[in-house]
Write a protein that binds this ligand. Sequence first.
Ligand SMILES: [Zn+2]
Length: 106
Amino acid sequence: MATAPLGIKARQQEGVLELQWPNGTYRLPYRFLRGRCPCASCVDEVSGVRVVDVEDVPLAVAPTNIQFSGNYAIKISWNDRHDTGLFTWEYLELLCQDVAAGARTE
Ligand SMILES: [Zn+2]
């Protein structure tokens, strides 16, 4: 079980969600984060195929609300009216690793 980040900051001007983990600080661009939404309307539940990807997301996408869900995840509401994505610590850690490894974020 992944542990909670030490800090979560939405940096609206830079358009990134900044996450502090014991091994460092990572920045997830909003569009990347929205494009990796793990919910059932973004990823087909049966086939596991991603329906909404980074390039399908509006350029100016930004969170309107970030809410803790228990102590294992955050739920992000976006300005494109999407609000069903639950990002667990484990999943966020994975996304941070992807970005660190040079994943396409636009
Ligand atoms: Zn979604």
